[in-house]
Design a protein around this ligand. Structure first.
Ligand code: PLP
Ligand code: TYF
Length: 394
């Protein structure tokens, strides 16, 4: 029976991680997978997470099941972090999910239940797992213009024109902040325009926010989705604690469904709870409990926020450092976008052949579309990366 399976395309980002690990060169540079790295190249456990885990170890006296939708305290705390007071609590349905990927999957499952012929509008480009999950669920994907490779920035006119074709029963997928892979985000004004358009067309947005706190700050990064939440009748929000709490492997995330009224909220909640039950029954709890402990203890929360802010500023400095070095070495400002963009990722604008040469000849690893993870940079590495870029003709 198993021989009847067809073979699957591997995850490109994971394949690159393996290639990097297998490369014997000691001076190789990893700008691939999106995990934070400190200046020493490590992905440390955040201090507040260690403290929360210590408290849990000491105080937790049972590991019995919690609830199909996840721990209500976790969902309340996380919903406050992400949504603020943009929408009254009685319009929010929520489930805890295994990471942000689980949240994206459940959001799309919910959309499919509501309308099996929903079209999902996806930015071009986007995180590859978006298209993969949409395809796996048998939903129709429509790519919308997002990034202007020539201008190295957002193509807001093209985006709005394409999104104008989405209607009731369709879903518009948006990155909440720190767009993966381009680093090009919407301004508050752009979010207003999108909110106006969605109100006009009746399409529902689904905001995937996996990097809150990595862009312009915890509150600023949530501004766009809160603008939407305050204006549109319905909204899905898929959130992840992997990056901003550094608990990648613990799989903590959540899906929020904002409904226009109480009865629709209850309907959405019962469907979300059912989806959790059908898929894995109870979502993972350890990471969620760590997050709750941090968010609900003012001292621990302040400690976490300070460390997160340090990570954000570190990434920002690496971006600016690379942009400045390229300007000094290359004599032009064509890489200024690297300093101006936000979050972990930017596109260098290299061809696949140039990406391959940077790997083969210079030991610099990045995704094939020339996406770099700026957290993989450090002041020591920046000159080498810049020289490699110029050496392959960028
Ligand atoms: N959405 C985007 C755009 C991402 O880049 C990621 C990856 O980090 C996720 C969602 C979800 O990540 P995780 O499932 O590890 O929480
Ligand atoms: O884009 C990234 O690098 C992160 C991590 O299947 C990731 O989002 C990569 C691949 C994957 C899941 C997460």
């Amino acid at each position: 029976m198993l021989a009847g399976l067809s073979s699957q395309t591997p995850d490109k980002i994971m394949a690159l991680m393996r290639a990097y690990a297998a490369d014997p060169r000691t001076d190789k540079i990893d700008l691939g997978v999106g995990v934070f790295r400190d200046p020493a190249g490590r992905t440390p456990v955040m201090a507040a997470v260690k403290t929360a885990e210590e408290r849990l170890w000491r105080n937790q006296d049972t590991k019995t099941y919690v609830a199909l939708e996840g721990d209500p305290a976790y969902l309340a705390a996380l919903s406050g972090l992400v949504l603020g007071d943009a929408v009254p609590a009685d319009r929010r349905a929520a489930i805890a999910t295994p990471g942000g990927t689980g949240a994206v999957r459940m959001g799309l499952e919910l959309a499919r239940l509501a309308n099996p012929s929903a079209r999902i509008f996806v930015p071009d480009p986007s995180w590859p797992n978006h298209a993969a999950i949409i395809g796996f669920l048998g939903l129709e994907r429509v790519d919308y213009r997002y990034y202007d490779a020539q201008a190295r920035g957002l193509n807001i006119e093209g985006m709005l024109a394409d999104l104008g074709r989405a209607g009731p029963g369709d879903v518009v997928l948006l990155h909440g902040c720190c767009h993966n892979p381009t680093g090009a985000d919407l301004s508050a004004q752009d979010w207003q325009a999108v909110a106006g358009l969605l109100t006009e067309t009746g399409a529902m947005a689904m905001v995937d926010i996996a990097y809150q706190g990595f862009g312009a700050g915890l509150e600023a990064d949530a501004e766009g989705l809160r603008i939407l939440a305050g204006q549109v009748p319905e909204l899905l929000v898929a959130t992840s604690c992997s990056k901003n709490f550094g608990i990648y492997r613990e799989r903590a995330g959540a899906l929020f469904a904002l409904a226009p009224d109480g009865p629709t909220r209850d309907l959405a909640q019962s469907n979300l709870t059912m989806l959790n039950r059908q898929t894995y029954a109870f979502p993972p709890d350890h990471g969620a409990r760590v997050v709750t402990e941090i968010l609900t203890d003012p001292d621990l929360r302040a400690d976490w926020q300070a460390e997160l802010e340090g990570m954000r500023l570190h990434m920002q400095r690496q971006r600016q450092g690379l942009a400045d070095t390229l300007r000094d070495l290359g004599g032009s400002d064509r890489f200024a976008h690297l300093g101006a963009q936000r979050g972990m990722f930017s596109l260098l604008g290299a061809t696949p052949d140039q990406v391959e040469r940077m790997r083969a000849e210079h030991g610099v690893y990045m995704i094939g579309d020339s996406r770099i993870n700026v957290a993989g940079l450090s002041p020591d590495l920046i000159p080498r990366v810049a020289q490699a870029m110029l050496a392959v003709g960028l």
